[in-house]
Each structure stands twice: as C-alpha cells, then as structure tokens.
Ligand binder design. Structure first.
Ligand code: AMP
Ligand code: MG
Length: 315
C-alpha cells in the first residue's frame, strides 16, 4: 500500500509518501506529530516554548526536553559556522520580515539596534529551562526546525515498521530506505530562477536527507531590488555571498538544515571549508547559474538536459 498526503505545517506544504501496511494511518499520525512539533517550536504563536522564551523579559522559562535538544543543537551549529547560522538573529529576521510585509526595508539605525541584540552568548539552555539575557533578544528556529521535523517523521515511520518512505517539508527532504529495495528515491532540486516545481537537477538518495536554502524561497522586492529571507547575522542584511542556493546532503536532516543556511550565508569558499569538516555532500548554485557539486555526489547527480550552465566538481 502507498499513502501520499499533503498537509500545510510549519508554514510550508508537507508531502509524505509512505509505503507498506497501514500507510494511510501512519502518514496521518506523522502529520499529527508534525503539528505538535510546530506548536512547540513556532516563533509566531503563544502556544510555543519559543514564544514564551522570546517574551520572558530576561527570566528563565521552563521548556520541553525536545526544545532543549534543538536549542542546544542550534548553539552547536552557530559555533561551528562562526555565527553564520545563528538562531539569536531573530530580532533581525523579524525586522526584515515585518518590513518585507510592507514592501519596505529597515533603516540602518534599526538594523544596528537589532545587531546589538544578536549573539549566542545571550542564550542559556539547560535540560529543562532556557533564558535570554536581555530584553529584545529572541530566537528563531526557522533555519533548523524543518530538519528536526523531518528527522522526527522518519524516526516515527521506523517505529511503525515502515521500510520505505519519503517526506518533503518545502524543500527539506528525508528518505527512509529506497523507493524499493533495489531503487533509490529521486529528489528534484528546485531551479533557483524558474517557477516552483521546476528542477535544475536530480539526486538519488537512500536513507538520507537533502536540504536546500535558496534566496528564491521568500523575498520582497523594493525599488527593483530583491531582499530575501536569509540574513547574515554579521552585517544585519540579507546574505549576499554570491550564491542562489545551497543543497546539503547528509543522514541527519537537522544538521543538513542548519548547515545549508550557514553555507548560504558563508558563500562557496567558506562553506566548502565548513562542510568538509562534516559528513556532508553539497550542491552550490552561484549567482550566474553555475553549479558546483562535491565529489561524493558525482555518480548520483544528474543535471537537467536543458540547464544551460557549467557544472564543476569540487575536490
Ligand atoms: P532556511 O530556509 O533553512 O535557510 O532558513 C531560513 C529561515 O531561517 C529564515 O526564514 C529565518 O526564519 C531564519 N534565518 C534567517 N537567517 C538566519 C541565519 N543566519 N541563521 C539562522 N536562522 C536564520
Ligand atoms: Mg536551514
């Protein structure tokens, strides 16, 4: 039996394919699980641990074990990426989000003020509590939560005896097993300048996650200039590192999610350096459309026949 369903969770369409007995029920239960995770982690609703933390005015708040785990992981990736990935960039991501809604950009003074509230040192996490040092500080898990959700979903399938499944949370993909015992899953990589659903390449995966960060995902246009949603926490402005997208491939989806956001901020050279220290493979698309892939993807990466840009192998 094959179950396929799409739900709207974490602000994104979530597509599941589950193969095996009771697939319908299992996919429905996984959707419930993802809704629960969203409620715990969302920036936008008072139901969440994150909301409570962001509105705690400097006091420690009680958090669930899962929230502590993701906050700690986020701090780890922040350190690893020299703060290119930084969940405490929330004052900035929120500033740009609010202005974006009005088709405006913030002033330099607003950006400077928010920059002064950003830094992993402001956040303290224990097994059951979290605290932000200063009023105005906040965290935003938008760059890592979908990865955690994909991991949770696949773990759940496994507990239900499923051997073959696939979940895609708006470009954050994770597969359990292959499509069949002899066939991998094929993941289309979103073309950075073509309508949603158009792939520029395909990648074969088994038991792995594929996560893309791209400037095309969410943006506002002001005076003919596009301002996208991935902020460089060091400058306070949307990252401008010469990339249109970065795709990270590895087993753990939370890791792939955090690292793809970090890699997008860092740009090709620094990202390559960071990713080499981790068990990951990657695909980069630069501003001019050229594609760079890491050695480990060579045999399972296929460029679309009509994609007219160069493709290079990274060593
Ligand atoms: P992603 O699509 O995974 O690259 O994540 C982008 C989302 O993460 C944004 O919509 C923000 O909510 C948040 N975000 C933006 N910039 C950063 C950053 N430098 N570090 C961590 N999270 C970020
Ligand atoms: Mg991410």
């Amino acid at each position: 039996m094959i179950a396929q369903r799409t739900d709207f969770i974490m602000n994104t369409p979530v597509e599941q394919t589950v193969i095996g007995p009771r697939a319908d029920t299992i996919a429905a239960q996984a959707a419930t699980l993802l809704h629960q995770l969203e409620r715990a982690l969302t920036f936008f609703q008072p139901t969440s641990d994150i909301w409570k933390l962001n509105h705690s005015e400097g006091n420690a708040v009680k958090i669930q074990k899962e929230t502590a785990t993701i906050l700690r992981a986020a701090l780890h990736y922040s350190k690893l990426s020299a703060s290119a990935f930084d969940i405490t960039a929330a004052p900035l991501t929120d500033l740009w989000r609010q202005h974006g809604k009005q088709q405006q950009i913030p002033t330099e003074d607003e950006i400077k003020h928010c920059l002064s509230l950003v830094g992993a040192h402001y956040l303290t996490v224990t097994d059951s509590t979290a605290a932000l040092d200063q009023q105005g500080c906040a965290v935003d898990l938008g760059g890592i939560a979908k990865g955690l959700a994909a991991d949770a979903c696949i773990d759940f399938y496994r507990t239900q005896g499923v051997h073959s499944a696939y979940v895609n949370l708006g470009g954050n993909v994770k597969a359990l097993g292959g499509k069949s015992p002899t066939e991998p899953w094929s993941v289309g990589l979103q073309h950075p300048t073509q309508p949603r659903g158009t792939s520029f390449a395909a990648l074969s995966i088994t038991d792995e996650s594929v996560v893309t960060s791209g400037s095309y995902e969410r943006f506002t246009t002001v005076d003919g200039h596009r301002y996208h949603h991935i902020i460089d926490p060091r400058t306070g402005w949307p990252a401008d590192s010469g990339l249109l997208s970065v795709t990270v491939v590895c087993e753990n989806s939370m890791q792939a999610d955090a690292l793809s956001t970090a890699a997008f901020v860092l740009g090709l050279a620094d990202a390559q350096h960071l990713l080499q220290s981790q068990p990951t493979q990657a695909v980069f698309v630069t501003d001019n459309g050229d594609v760079y892939i890491t050695e480990g993807l060579r045999s399972r990466f296929q460029l679309a026949p009509d994609y007219n840009h160069d493709c290079y192998l990274l060593h």
